[in-house]
Design a protein around this ligand. Structure first.
Ligand code: ZN
Length: 224
């Protein structure tokens, strides 16, 4: 059986099995990923792309490999791949090991139990936001190692607890995004009227955010 890679290939998309053992350990460790067959994933480095989509910069993306190409690769290699995870090297180079592991977790979590790619309603999975905060990819931020012994998602043991925290986290993140937008709007006012309206909007967005955080804090105290 021919090997999947040749040495010294300098193209844009390069197969990189560096990520495979990380994915295997994550799938082995986290019950929410246990339906995933890592052998069916092709890991690629995109060495040139910026990973920009709309105004967001992505570190990686996952997709399905069309049956036609899956069959063709199988005939060349004897290996069948149904998904690819593509890492944008320009953006992953600066990440810490822990951030990179979390990126791999994030992409794996896109594979639903039915095998289809599922999407998150906000920009991130709620458990990641709840544990690491919305800016977990910020440069040099120290975050926990998902693969360290003893690491567990807080609160994920109880489905009820998790879903309510899940929803409240989403509300907090949404409120934070709105407040940030309101602050941005304040910078571009052109008249006294606009200044008043934008200031009021900014105040109300801030109150909304504080409100959401208070609700969240109150609900954790209630949980036994
Ligand atoms: Zn995603």
């Amino acid at each position: 059986m021919p090997d999947l890679t040749i040495n010294e290939f300098n193209g844009k998309y390069r197969i990189n099995d560096f990520y495979r053992p990380i994915a295997e350990k994550l799938v082995h460790k986290f019950p929410e990923l246990k339906h995933i067959t890592v052998a069916s994933i092709l890991f690629l480095d995109n060495t040139e792309g910026s990973g920009k989509s709309k105004d967001k910069i992505r570190c990686a993306q996952i997709g399905t490999i069309q049956e036609k190409w899956s069959d063709i690769i199988y005939q060349f290699t004897g290996k069948r791949f149904d998904y690819f995870i593509e890492f944008f090297r320009q953006n992953t180079e600066r990440l810490t090991k822990e951030q990179l592991i979390t990126v791999v977790y994030h992409e794996l979590a896109h594979i639903g139990t039915d095998g289809n790619i599922r999407h998150h309603s906000i920009e991130e999975w709620a458990n990641i936001v709840a544990k690491f905060g919305p800016d977990w990819l910020a440069p040099h931020l120290v975050i926990p190692d998902l693969l360290e012994d003893g690491f567990q998602w807080d609160g994920i043991q109880s489905p009820n607890l998790f879903s309510s925290i899940d929803e409240q986290m989403i509300n907090i993140v949404k409120a934070a995004v709105e407040w940030k937008q309101a602050k941005e709007n304040l910078k571009s006012v052109n008249s006294a009227d606009e200044l008043i309206t934008s200031t009021l909007a900014e105040n109300s967005a801030e109150k909304q955010l504080i409100n959401q955080i208070n609700q969240y804090n109150a609900s954790i105290k209630q949980t036994p």
